[in-house]
Design a protein around this ligand. Structure first.
Ligand SMILES: [Cu+2]
Length: 495
């Protein structure tokens, strides 16, 4: 009964999602032809469900935006329904909003057709969509439904009892012994029928509810193990493939582990943060030893507890972050090389993080500009899109002129809550994986680096992102300068 009540109303709550950990919203900064857009997409908490799309045009030259959901790959990617117009905000003519039905779990993209003063242009933004969690029924609704259910049951029993005992009596005539007996039998049978209905109904509902629960996306927990003093092995978890009905309707969305594609040049991006002080941070790139297994040589690391976040992307463009918590002894590993980078002695800055050689990374929190999406020095609001802007300065305070692309991009950032429950790997183009952007725009998947800008980046980088819930966060920003990757750590609070 309790289970029945708990499950009657399956409202769903957006607590977990993919790509990142507990940070399901998509933030995207990109161009539809000549039009610069900042896009926020809130995927539905349960699929089928409605995704909310918000598009901010950076300049005032857009007249109309139409939005359309499409599967990332497969036949559905080519069979487009008619697009819906996004509604222009009455208060802010540069803000457009719309909602889209997402009918199947998996890897989607939202296609935007932008009409403005410079003609018509298109932009595709990846959208991973899964059911996330079931919420228990509201207590008040449960009590109300229990009361109504009991009233119905009592009514049914009462009607059968009265029908079997009193049906043939005239008004005011008392029942004879045979009728009383018949009434008792009627009462017993009616009670048995109602009880059986409750029990069978609860069983039916319980199986429906657990089938629904199995369709909820679970965050994969990989198993780390340290061998030979410094070799970290990662055995990936696949909790969402175990359920055979998952994504059965369309095979491309079965979650597999042997279908990974490179995302900005690597099959896996592993972020390691020491907890709880968050003063040590690494961004490493383990190699796949066999499908589902990765290994990486650790650098020199102090002993302690570490949170691991491993970003991977499936062939559908569906991203996942595998997580783990591990206690490590002091590791006397190898010097960092290639794209691997990190730092042991970070401390979170409010505004200015020191880099090597007297260089500094400055968080431009205070720029006030009317069309800017910035917090202007105030605490951030949860679930709001912001641009996080950072400027790299030399020791004289002048903009650095020797920045280089790091893995094909101007910068990489990890937004992590201080409790470790929220993690997002974000780039100047936004919170979606680079590999998914390539797929969404129909580019080939050779290295996942096709869309990257290999020109020298400017001294200023920005990331579009919004914190998913109130709390304390750390932002680890990585840039490359003079052949070396530098990490700046910043503290932020969302309300
Ligand atoms: Cu990155």
């Amino acid at each position: 009964m309790k289970k029945l009540l708990r499950s009657v109303c399956v409202l769903l709550l957006p607590l977990v999602c993919t790509a990142h950990v507990n940070s399901p919203d998509v933030y995207y900064d990109g161009y539809a032809g000549p039009y610069h857009l900042l896009v926020t997409i809130r995927p539905p908490a349960v699929v089928p469900g409605v995704a909310q799309v918000q598009i901010r045009s950076v300049s005032n030259d857009v007249n109309e935006i139409k939005i359309l959901p499409l599967r990332m790959i497969g036949v559905g990617a080519k069979m487009a329904p008619l697009p819906d117009p996004a509604k222009r905000s009455a208060d802010d003519p540069q803000l457009f909003a719309g909602s889209l039905w997402i009918m199947v779990r998996g890897s989607w993209k939202v296609q935007m057709e932008v009409t403005g003063q410079k003609g018509v242009a298109q932009l595709d933004v990846p959208l991973p969509a899964v059911s996330t969690s079931s919420q228990p029924m509201h207590a008040g609704l449960g009590i109300l439904l229990a009361f109504l259910g009991l009233a119905l049951a009592a009514g049914l029993i009462g009607i059968i009892f009265a029908a079997t005992r009193d049906a043939e009596l005239k008004a005011g005539e008392p029942p004879a012994a045979a009728q009383v007996r018949r009434g008792r039998v009627g009462l017993t049978v009616a009670t048995a029928i109602v009880l059986a209905a409750f029990i069978l109904g609860n069983m039916w509902w319980g199986s429906e509810a657990s089938a629904n629960d199995r369709l909820n996306y679970r965050i994969p927990n990989m198993q780390p193990s340290l061998t030979g003093g410094s070799l970290l092995r990662l055995h990936l978890d696949n909790p969402n493939e175990a359920e055979p009905t998952r994504f059965r309707t369309e095979q491309p969305d079965r979650i597999l582990l042997d279908d990974l594609i490179p995302d900005h040049g690597h099959l896996m991006h592993l972020f390691i943060v020491r907890m709880p002080d968050m003063k040590a941070f690494w961004h490493l790139h383990p190699d796949q030893t066999q499908p589902g297994d990765f290994a990486v040589n650790l650098p020199i690391m102090p002993e302690g507890q570490y949170k691991l976040y491993a970003d991977i992307v499936h062939h559908t463009g569906f991203p996942e972050t595998q997580v783990a918590t591990v206690n490590l002894p002091a590791v006397t590993g190898e010097a960092l090389s290639g794209d691997d980078a990190g730092a042991i002695d970070l401390s979170p800055a409010d505004k200015v993080a020191q880099l090597s050689g007297g260089y500094r990374m400055v968080w431009e929190r205070d720029d006030v500009s009317s069309k800017d999406v910035s917090s202007n020095g105030r605490p951030f609001k949860a679930n709001q899109p912001y641009w996080f802007r950072f400027r790299v300065e030399d020791k004289d305070g002048k903009p650095a002129t020797d920045l280089e692309p790091y893995m094909g991009m101007a910068a990489h950032a990890a937004f992590i809550s201080t409790d470790g429950n929220v993690f997002a790997h974000v780039h100047p183009a936004g919170s979606v994986s680079m590999a998914a952007i390539d797929l969404a725009e129909g580019r080939s998947q050779k290295s996942g680096m096709e869309n990257m800008d290999h020109a020298a980046p400017s001294a200023e980088v920005s990331f579009p992102y919004g914190f998913p819930k109130a709390g304390e966060y750390r932002i680890f920003v990585q840039i490359k300068r003079a052949g070396k990757v530098e990490t700046g750590e910043f503290a932020a609070r969302a309300e």
